[in-house]
Write a protein of this length. Structure first.
Length: 284
């Protein structure tokens, strides 16, 4: 959005600046009040829709792949929910490293799009055992697994790691099973949640990491350095947020349904009012 007013003592922002905002909640409205430290200047040429799609997904993907994952040339990565927000960000970031092999799980209708974006091996998790499919292509497994699923899938991810491999868990999407809360499914996911002790890790030569951007509020300098790297990559044309569709606030239910039914490829964006082009795209 555009800065409308400044608080006392704010010197590094000006009224009229175009900024991206990072906050846990409260952004589904036209006017927001946030600390200056949670704002980041938008680079030249970036649209507001792209800016809305950048921070959360790309910070998450960047820190998982590079800070925890230590992604290097000639390695392999398994990305779950590869057509979603973090998934598309992670694919683009993997492509900034030489000769990285990407496995990505998504429904079959999204495979062509994933191949175009750089996924070497799309896997339909609905009809195939993705662990078996990965093993067919790479018998030793993969170097890094990005796990937003939780439950028994975290165990499968750990078992898919090569020696010195890294599992980074950053969500529990398996808790979300449909339109209503399914307490049985939630209990099953919780019961199957992955657990391992330090001695097992020692014997396996593997790493398990947990990431939650929402609890990084106070790491201002760290986040600022990550955003600076992302802005630089954007300016070089190496990353570009993928927008699935744009919806006005009064169609928020339809926008949520787009994600719930897993129809989106990239980010679903909310805007205060529909513009002509955006409303056409939303209707399509």
């Amino acid at each position: 959005g555009t800065v409308r007013a400044l608080g006392d003592g704010v010197r590094d922002r000006q009224v009229g600046d175009k900024v991206m905002v990072l906050a846990r909640s409260g952004l589904w409205q036209e006017v927001v009040n946030v600390p200056a430290s949670q704002t980041f200047p938008m680079p030249e040429g970036m649209s507001f829709e792209e800016a809305a799609a950048l921070l959360v997904n790309y910070i998450t993907a960047y820190m998982i792949l590079f800070d925890f994952g230590n992604l290097r040339p000639n390695q392999s990565v398994l990305i779950h929910m590869a057509a979603g927000g973090v998934g598309t960000a992670a694919i683009q970031l993997c492509k900034t490293v030489e000769n990285v092999t990407i496995f990505g799980t998504a429904s079959a209708s999204k495979h062509d799009s994933l191949k175009e974006s750089g996924v070497a091996h799309p896997i339909d998790y609905r009809t195939m055992d993705y662990a078996e499919e990965v093993r067919k292509i790479s018998p030793k497994g993969v170097d890094i697994v990005l796990d937003p699923l939780g439950g028994s899938d975290t165990s499968k991810a750990f078992n898919l790691l090569k020696p010195m491999g890294k599992l980074i868990t950053y969500g529990v999407a398996n808790l979300l099973t449909g339109q209503r809360k399914n307490l049985m499914a939630m209990a099953k996911t919780w019961w199957n949640q992955f657990s391992i002790n330090a001695l097992q890790l020692l014997h396996q030569n593997k790493a398990v990491c947990g990431y939650h951007l929402g609890y990084m509020d106070e790491e201002v300098e760290l986040l600022r350095s990550v955003v600076a790297k992302l802005v630089n990559l954007y300016s070089q044309g190496k990353i570009k947020p993928k927008i699935d569709s744009v919806w006005p606030f009064d169609q928020v239910a339809e926008a949520m349904r787009q994600m719930q039914e897993k129809k989106n490829i990239g980010k679903v964006i909310l805007v205060p009012e529909a513009q002509k082009e955006e409303s056409k795209k939303a209707e399509n």
